[in-house]
Ligand binder design. Structure first.
Ligand code: 2BA
Length: 109
């Protein structure tokens, strides 16, 4: 068995859950925060049989979109917000970041 961990953008989370459940996959949705942008994203835990991993990745790939996100400029040290320096920077985000882990034991009791 494998655990697929998929970090996706919030906008893609609901359609992705729908697509996974439609195909009979079980998933758990966690509200998470990206370390770089410090903005909300969504992490899905999807437990599947080994031979289903590619199907799950295909579903994620078909739903999740690549987008750009703006990082706001930083205020100059010790100054008010009116003194923001620099321009917002565009950062590409997604479609999805996917990890596939071996599961040593799985039980539903
Ligand atoms: P964040 O950490 O908020 O990163 C958002 C986007 O910022 C990334 O998109 C990437 O394009 C950019 N980025 C991240 N770290 C950077 C850095 N040190 N320098 C320059 N640009 C950087 P994605 O690569 O699509 O990642 C989306 C989200 O997936 C990440 O949000 C994070 O929550 C998760 N993620 C990505 N790689 C990961 C990893 N190796 N381990 C754990 N989580 C990861």
């Amino acid at each position: 068995m494998k655990l697929v961990i998929a970090v996706v953008q919030d906008q893609d989370a609901s359609p992705l859950m729908d697509a996974l459940v439609d195909r009979g996959f079980r998933a758990t949705k966690l509200a998470t925060t990206g370390g770089f942008l410090r903005q909300g994203n969504t992490t899905l835990l999807i437990g599947v049989e080994d031979e289903q991993v590619d199907d799950v990745v295909d579903v994620v790939r078909s739903v999740c979109r690549s987008r750009t996100q703006l990082i706001p400029p930083i205020p100059a040290v010790g100054r008010s917000v009116e003194s923001y320096v620099g321009q917002p920077v565009e950062v590409p985000v997604g479609g999805a970041t996917i990890f596939v882990l071996d599961v040593s034991r799985f039980e539903r009791v």
